[in-house]
Design a protein around this ligand. Structure first.
Ligand SMILES: Nc1ncnc2c1ncn2[C@@H]1O[C@H](COP(=O)(O)OP(=O)(O)OP(=O)(O)O)[C@@H](O)[C@H]1O
Length: 354
């Protein structure tokens, strides 16, 4: 039996059927990405032992947790879970929420609290141990829930839409912290999201699922570059650019520049969705910071919209996708070879270390 996770998840819920093979190495972060109802939460609940499987198996860190003959109950699985709504105990302080698990597993009060204090510090909350959940912001509650999940020293960490409940500003902060914290975690992480940016920033590998089955698996860059189906292209059609950041300026090889809203340093990856790219035939007034004079390389219908491949953005040799309405294509007279101005707001670009 291998280290890490090797699972074949099979669950029936009414007419819905999940049939999902899932493998991950220790230290790997895998994102399950898919639309509402695809079966992402069902997969997490099956891994956690909160849903009975009707076949398949789960092997984790050299142990068989589930197969058709027996399934370990949730509390015996070496798994930490962060649910969407965090589910912190309202009457316990942040510190005691984190210490609760170790206490239940027989650690002394002092030991459990010392461990909890260390974990709270590791998610940047050293000063908030005494605070009750209702006094915490959404981002802080999320981090307490993460510390609590890590307190059991799990082999597998499950995160259900870890950023969905946060406002845009907090989301950015917590996304960065989560990325750093997950990089330091030696076990497997499986996270569920319907946001391709979260998947690209947080995950080493993405498994796209639809109607209970996998449709594609690969690194975020592979999937964005070579989506296996139109459906995946629509879902993860992210623009990804690599560059080197100094402050809010990112150099893109060989000769382009992108401006960010928040400073970064060193080799970075940039992600932004096609609908963040605006196209103009005349140079727009009130010049946005990211504005490039570029060329339309191709047009392709995607559902009700049109995907426009724009070349030489933000420098020779680089291309991005823009998404516009068919009316805009007609109004702007876009066709392969047209010259356009393309702009992206700095605030629409997510940057993360490469
Ligand atoms: N308790 C239930 N009983 C029967 N069917 C259910 C139950 N819960 C979920 N389902 C069905 O299982 C399917 C998968 O649901 P699931 O919640 O896993 O999807 P999801 O990908 O997590 O979606 P979301 O992003 O909306 O949370 C859906 O078709 C749903 O209708």
């Amino acid at each position: 039996m291998i280290n890490g996770l090797n699972a074949e998840l099979r669950v029936s819920r009414g007419t819905f059927r999940l049939d999902l093979p899932l493998r991950a190495e220790p230290g790997e972060v895998v994102a399950l990405l898919g639309p509402n109802g695809a079966g992402k939460s069902t997969a997490l609940r099956a891994l956690a032992g909160l849903l009975i499987m009707d076949g398949g198996r789960i092997d984790l860190a050299g142990q068989r947790l589930a197969d058709p003959s027996r399934q370990w109950p949730a509390h015996r699985r070496p798994i930490g879970v962060v649910f969407q709504d965090y589910l912190l105990f309202p009457h316990l302080s942040a510190l005691d929420n984190v210490a609760f698990g170790p206490r239940c597993r027989g650690r002394s009060k002092a030991e459990a609290r010392a461990l909890a204090a260390k974990l709270l510090a590791s998610v940047g909350l050293a000063d908030l141990g005494a605070v009750r959940p209702r006094q915490l912001s959404g981002g802080q509650a999320q981090r307490v829930a993460l510390a609590r999940a890590l307190a059991g020293d799990p082999e597998l960490l499950l995160l259900d839409e870890p950023l969905a409940a946060l406002d845009a500003r907090t989301r950015l902060e917590v996304r960065g912290l989560l990325r750093r914290r997950l990089a330091a975690f030696g076990g497997v992480t499986v996270l569920v999201t319907h946001d391709p940016v979260d998947a690209a920033v947080l995950a080493d590998r993405v498994v796209v699922i639809e109607a209970g089955a996998p449709v594609q698996s690969g690194t975020p860059a592979e999937i964005a570059r070579h989506p296996a189906t139109d459906y995946v292209a629509r879902l993860v059609g992210l623009n990804l650019l690599s560059g080197t950041a100094a402050g809010t300026t990112v150099r893109i090889e060989p000769a382009g520049t992108v401006h960010l809203a928040h400073p970064a340093a060193g080799p970075v990856q940039l992600a932004f969705p096609p609908n963040a790219v605006a196209l103009f035939t005349e140079r727009p007034i009130g010049t946005p910071r990211n504005l490039w004079h570029a060329r339309v390389a191709g047009l392709e219908p995607y559902g009700d919209e049109v995907r426009v491949e724009v070349a030489d953005v933000p420098g020779p040799g680089s291309a991005v996708l823009a998404e516009v309405t068919p009316e805009a294509v007609a109004e702007l007279g876009l066709e392969p070879g047209s010259r356009v101005w393309a702009s992206v707001k700095a605030s629409a670009i997510t940057s993360y270390p490469r």
